[in-house]
Design a protein around this ligand. Structure first.
Ligand SMILES: *[C@@H]1O[C@H](CO)[C@@H](O)[C@H](O)[C@H]1NC(C)=O
Ligand SMILES: CC(=O)N[C@H]1CO[C@H](CO)[C@@H](O)[C@@H]1O
Length: 285
């Protein structure tokens, strides 16, 4: 082959290679800048929000009587910590906790009391059920009506204004969590909830958003109607409450507590009968 053709081909490919590298560098650089900018916006937003009162975005109407329904001892800190801490610190709501299982071992009952105490909820406001109708098993969907009736009894006897629990994705999709949602949803749909009582659910987020702490703020605030945010200092209480669950405090939960967005930010959505009916139509269709 002619030497000059080979050399001009080599030149051409060298040039192509250089151009590509240059282009990739440029793109990478722009991504880094965008990332840093996003990070700065998040930090700025976080600092700003901590320094202004965000009561307008909290659940409406304190003073209120709040019932938080959870499936296992430790759900209250792992998922609802920021909301509980804000409510209790403001001292204008009465908070009640209903836990539907003891999560396997008897000692977890005492752990839940200790954790609630750390958060500022007295033992008398905590109810732990031990019903054989509600086994602690992720494969078993609890009977909706049993869950619903149990919750309704509490709502009526404490004249609860707001029932708070998991949404239909149950944070991690755990059947024991979603069952509570369907239990309360069935109460709503059958119009059994008294008129003074509303229902709110904790928004589940995808795994990417779950572990990004305040980097999730912009997206969360865009879509959430109610939210609670903690400072890193306030977050120590959540950490301490989790430590009260001694039998559960293993390495992956330690990591979870450090990095999960649910220990810094809670976003809640009100559930109305209309939403539920649309949802059912959607699922059936
Ligand atoms: C616990 O319940 C009592 C009423 O039984 C109420 O006065 C009190 O505010 C509740 N505690 C908290 C921390 O909400
Ligand atoms: C999160 C949680 O506590 N899950 C429990 C649900 O039920 C199974 C089976 O009993 C337990 O092993 C899990 O720990």
């Amino acid at each position: 082959m002619d030497v000059s053709i080979v050399s001009s081909l080599t030149n051409y490919f060298n040039m192509l290679f250089d151009e590509t590298v240059w282009y990739l560098k440029e793109v990478a650089w722009q991504l880094v800048i965008a990332g840093v900018a996003y990070f700065c916006v998040c930090i700025f937003l976080y600092t700003l929000l901590l320094n202004v009162s965000h009561k307008a975005w909290q659940l409406p109407g304190p003073p209120a009587r709040i019932l938080l329904v959870i499936a296992h001892p430790d759900d209250e800190v792992m998922f609802f910590g920021p909301m509980l801490h804000c409510m209790i610190e403001q001292k204008n709501s009465e908070v009640y906790l209903l836990c539907l299982t003891i999560g396997g071992a008897k000692r977890r009952k005492e752990e839940l009391w200790a954790s609630a105490k750390t958060l500022g909820i007295p033992e008398a406001n905590v109810t732990i059920l031990m019903s054989t109708q509600l086994p602690d098993d992720p494969k078993v969907q609890w009977p909706e009506n049993v869950v619903g009736e149990t919750i309704l009894q509490h709502v009526e006897s404490y004249r609860i204004n707001a029932v708070i629990t998991f949404d239909k994705r149950g944070v991690s999709g755990h059947k024991n969590h979603t069952s509570i949602f369907y239990g309360v949803a069935s109460l709503c749909m059958e119009n059994k909830l008294p008129p003074y009582c509303k229902m709110y659910v904790l928004e589940s987020v995808n795994i990417l958003r779950k572990y990004t702490l305040m980097l999730d703020l912009p997206i969360s605030l865009l879509f959430a109607s109610h939210w609670y945010l903690l400072s890193f200092k306030q977050r120590k209480i959540i950490h301490m409450a989790m430590m009260a669950h001694k039998s559960q405090y293993v390495w992956f939960r330690k990591l979870y507590i450090r990095f999960s967005r649910y220990t810094l930010l809670n976003t809640l959505q009100e559930i109305s009968t209309l939403d539920l009916e649309l949802d059912v139509e959607f699922d059936d269709g």
